[in-house]
Design a protein around this ligand. Sequence first.
Ligand code: ADP
Length: 452
Amino acid sequence: MKTKKISKVLIANRGEIALRIIRACKELGIKSVVVFSEVDVNGVWVRKADECYPIMGDPIAAYLDYERIISLAKKADCDAIHPGYGFLSESAEFAQACIDNGIIFIGPKPEHIALFGDKMASKVAMREVGVPMLPGTDEPIDNIEDAEKIAIDIGFPIIIKAAFGGGGRGMRIVEKAEDFKEMYESATNEALRFFSRGEVFIEKYLKNPRHIEIQIVADKYGNIVHLGDRDCSIQRRHQKVIEIAPSPLLNHETRRELYRISKKAMYRLGYESVGTIEYLVDQDDNIYFIEMNTRVQVEHPVTEAISGIDLIQRMIQIAEGDQLKFMQEEIHLRGYAIEFRINAENPKLGFVPSPGLITNYLAPGGPGVRLDSMAYTNYQIPSNYDSMIGKLIVTALTWEDAVRKAARALDEFLIEGVPTNIPLHRQIVRDQDFIDGKIDTGYLDTKLQHFN
Ligand code: ADP
């Protein structure tokens, strides 16, 4: 039961996710349109789309200029816009502007984007619907005296986070009271610089938890399913590097509890589209909500791999007013999938982004290997965006097989011309703790001191 059929989608994004959305559209018989910046003229996704329109000027502003994007969508007769991740994907204003212009925004309702974009308001809302929280503040803090009192009350170590931020920016861990003032200043300054808002909040800092997240899919009629969990504990400086579905060592009760509270919360809030609820799980299996992402995530392919469900296509169909075609009992999660973010960065120089010309590119293949990437031989990686040039996803029936397959696929992967983190991934998949599934958010930063 579609309320409106989508026949042409504008993709307000670039890179591998733009290509991913084009592929989903093609399989649904939907035309795809992309906008692209001056430096993205050679992007493979620009060639694969049915139509493409340049946006001149600043290469980042091009993907944020939503008035321009909406007007191009109208000119090109698009009935919907897919925002991908990053850029405009979490702008409630953009989602609302699409709706006001008669264009379907492929994603959640603007009110939910706004709610979960505000980390503290979302904590309050999630606590009200029964989700457990870390001890911490509910209100943004804007003065150092209050902040320090709160930190002492909670008890060190604590973590300071930007109230309106993300991506690890404006985040500081404070181990002891003496360091608090300095860390507070630097967190607020960074938050101000990156998000134009200096407010922060404080919560208890957990030592080496696991980062576990639950994928939710919800239609407009209150039908909600989960598609299992992902373990995103392998991080460098709080940024995800490898993602796994399902988590290799999560106990059964904790997993069921995560499913239960996530579905219940989304139902109570009337959430629609895809979404991810992120939690930290401590060493005693206590669960704490950290944030909710109201968009498709970089790591969505691992969930697709174990569920057989195309998340981008379901997002489009939900936006068309379709009812979910499957109930929870019909979803069968099978095997293990691991995603490796392939970044053009230099491990010898502290992983600084290293854009440049790819002089030679040979992709891995074979059974159980998926590659979502915009890289090719002679592709000039622009320096204006983040360093991720693709994702390698491997799938197998058992964890051991998935790890072996990963090692094989990473060995096949050849990228020349720019340094990448492929050598790092090759070391991780041969590390005994990784093979044993013994991972937490401290894993990679510790291992990096021993890897060569
Ligand atoms: P961002 O939105 O900046 O990515 P998140 O709140 O999602 O920030 O946290 C990112 C990562 O930071 C988590 O996966 C975890 O590794 C670490 N982290 C965040 N909050 C805490 C905490 N209270 N205790 C321990 N680690 C944390």
